[in-house]
Write a protein that binds this ligand. Structure first.
Ligand code: PEP
Length: 254
């Protein structure tokens, strides 16, 4: 798949059923720009509603926020990639920093999750990003590059076409502090050039790299000004239909 502009939302563990349905209805009632690709990572329990209402009515794709690395079995409380595929969910987010931090998911386990997701026909939004400590040490590019190498470099050229990367500096997630447009562009360009030199130019050129970390209507246009910034993964601001629409519009105009 070639490089696309993508606005992705991540509801995380927010919204009870009635509120989730209302938000899905509110988003369905907007007129999202057609020249960008939009994805909403909603809680798994609402994915079937999302497939039926968002995908079928206005063409917004849905994503699961996680899946298990094994195909099936005795993993109480977990969700298999095949289950997502069986209800036509097209995407899964893998390696969000909250999963890495609170559920101790490491690069080796994430690489397996990527494999299982791809084997079941899902497309993967693979998250990476450094802590404030690593950013301050100046090792952020090396650290994030290693997350990409360990999580994705075993994939075939064909498999890379089903990968989207989301660079999300941990210090900017949910904090209100956004990376500057220059900081976002610097990391995106560094990752693209590392992938070009260590994998191939085609993979690097075709890869959509999203920025995530306190993106909101007021800063979206600036963030999207970077030539290697292909869109955003948006947490808090995706919980309000009008705000998310403004971000989609900013991406469409970028
Ligand atoms: C996220 O959850 O991926 C995220 C970037 O959150 P926020 O936009 O709230 O910082």
């Amino acid at each position: 798949m070639s490089r696309r502009k993508i606005a992705a939302g991540n509801w995380k563990m927010n919204k009870n059923y009635d509120d989730a349905l209302q938000l899905i209805r509110d988003i369905s009632a907007t007129n999202p720009p057609k020249d960008i690709h939009t994805i909403l990572a909603i809680p798994s329990i609402y994915l079937k509603n999302g497939v039926d209402m968002l995908m079928h009515i206005i063409g917004i794709d849905v994503a699961a926020q996680n899946c298990h690395q094994e195909e099936s079995g005795a993993y109480t409380g977990e969700i298999a990639a095949s289950m997502l595929a069986s209800i036509s969910v097209p995407y899964v987010v893998i390696g969000h920093s909250e999963r890495r931090e609170y559920f101790y998911e490491n690069n080796a386990q994430l690489a397996k999750k990527v494999d299982t997701a791809l084997a079941n026909g899902l497309q993967v939004i693979f998250c990476c990003g450094e802590s404030l400590e690593i950013r301050k040490s100046g090792d952020h590019v090396a650290y994030v590059s290693e997350q990409i190498r360990e999580g994705l470099f075993h994939l075939s050229d064909e498999q890379w076409s089903n990968i989207v990367v989301a660079y999300e500096p941990i210090w900017a997630i949910g904090t209100g502090e956004t990376a500057s447009p220059e900081q976002a562009q610097e990391m995106h360009a560094a990752l693209r050039s590392m992938i070009a030199s260590e994998k191939s130019n085609d993979i690097a050129d075709d890869l959509s790299i999203l920025y995530g970390g306190s993106v909101k209507p007021s800063n979206a246009a600036d963030i999207f000004s970077g030539s290697d910034v292909d869109g955003a993964l948006v947490g808090g601001a995706s919980l309000v239909a009008d705000g998310f629409l403004e971000i989609m519009d900013a991406l469409s105009k970028s």
